[in-house]
Design a protein around this ligand. Structure first.
Ligand SMILES: Cc1ncc(C[n+]2csc(CCOP(=O)(O)OP(=O)(O)O)c2C)c(N)n1
Ligand code: SF4
Ligand SMILES: [Mg+2]
Length: 349
């Protein structure tokens, strides 16, 4: 008789709602190897898993761009809507008005947000819609071959020699000015900080805006750029003729609160990150503005949760919506009926 038995396989690791990490993954990425956007998708997967969020309650929204493709690469069993370029905020508003039980995460790009979508972004920041809004900020239009975006630095240079002489929009400063209630900045390669910020954002009731500096390895190799790293191929290559994408390792950084670190990009340019200290008070709006202003003046990026206003009513509460999702209400509760309409008409006489 065979007395050997196969030892039982160790139990699979699960989160607080009994799901494995794999449940939070999406399709295989089609973005360039080493693109900062891929690292952000990984952190989103980790954050939702570690927070034990039910993916079936989540809606992922995006606009157009390499960044906006990335919701396909996380939370494969969630709802998703890939909107028109720059118009994700209004689609998110509609979705949340229809079903307030949804947990919404939006991914946009610096072009999607800062150029064609700036009008929608401005009003989103004023409204405090309960949405985690991530800008994957590479300072260029990656999908359309690397043109300057509104967050490109002054002095950035395209391969054809064109120099950007327009000042960048600081999306964090703008969001704070407009009344946003959660504003943060991080770097795609700072795993620990980005994960912590994403988890805090998921716990915020209102719009949580996170600008994540995210290197475009393929196009943003402008000499002097502070937001990117470039591949060094042959010189003088027109953008339209670039035909291969080299492999780059992800850049990862680790540095302590209150300190500054310099990230060396592949093209030799530098990104200087200043992590807010443990004594930083994120509820002080004037201080947040000052920090952003001062670090920008020194050519640095302040990272961390810059500003939080935890107690402001979110957009759905301001609208005094019923607790039940509108999408689930029976017709008897959504159609007022003849008597009610007559009374309304009477009141307008
Ligand atoms: C209405 C409209 N205008 C222009 C375009 C072309 N277009 C596609 S993506 C893009 C910019 C994307 O840049 P960004 O949002 O920064 O995303 P990235 O690719 O850098 O991640 C533009 C201009 C479009 N798709 N639709
Ligand atoms: S072109 Fe740039 S932004 Fe787009 S996938 Fe490649 S590295 Fe990422
Ligand atoms: Mg971009």
């Amino acid at each position: 008789m065979d007395t050997t038995t196969t030892p039982p396989s160790p139990p699979k690791k699960t989160n607080r709602i009994g799901l494995e990490l794999a449940t939070y993954r999406g399709s295989k990425t089609t973005l360039c190897a080493g693109c900062g956007h891929n690292a952000i998708s990984e952190r989103i997967i980790d954050a939702f898993y570690e927070m034990g969020v039910d993916p079936r309650q989540v809606i992922k929204l995006s606009g157009i761009g390499c960044s906006s493709k990335s919701p396909a690469y996380f939370l494969g069993t969630s709802h998703g809507f890939n909107a028109v370029h720059g118009r994700m905020p209004s689609v998110a508003t509609g979705a949340l008005l229809a079903n307030r039980k949804l947990i919404a995460v939006g991914v946009s790009g610096d072009g999607d947000t800062g150029a064609i979508g700036i009008g929608q972004f401005v009003h989103l920041m004023r409204r405090n819609l309960p949405l985690v809004y991530i800008i994957e900020d590479n300072g260029c239009y990656g999908l359309t071959k690397g043109q300057f975006s509104p967050t490109a630095d002054v002095g950035s240079r395209l391969k054809n020699g064109v120099v950007n002489d327009l000042p960048p929009i600081d999306t964090c400063a703008l969001a704070i000015e407009l009344g946003a209630t959660f504003v943060a900045r991080s770097f795609s390669g700072d795993k620990k900080q980005l994960l912590a910020i994403l988890k805090a954002a998921l716990s915020h009731r209102g719009t949580a805006m996170i600008d994540v500096i995210s290197p475009c390895v393929t196009f943003n190799d402008h000499e002097g750029s502070t937001k990117s790293y470039a591949y060094v191929k042959d010189h003088d290559e027109p953008l339209g003729e670039i035909s291969f994408v080299p492999f780059f390792d992800d850049i990862t950084v680790e540095y302590d609160p209150g300190t500054t670190t310099e990230v060396r990009m592949h093209d030799g340019s530098r990104l200087i990150l200043k992590k807010l200290g443990d004594d930083y008070d994120p509820t002080d709006r004037m201080r947040a503005r000052h920090v952003l202003h001062e670090t920008a003046r020194r050519g640095e990026f302040a990272t961390g949760v810059l500003y939080v206003e935890p107690d402001k009513d979110d957009f759905l509460t301001q609208l005094n919506l019923v607790d039940a999702p509108l999408a689930e209400l029976p017709e008897s509760r959504t159609r007022p009926g003849r008597a009610v309409l007559d009374a309304v008409m009477e009141s307008l006489r």
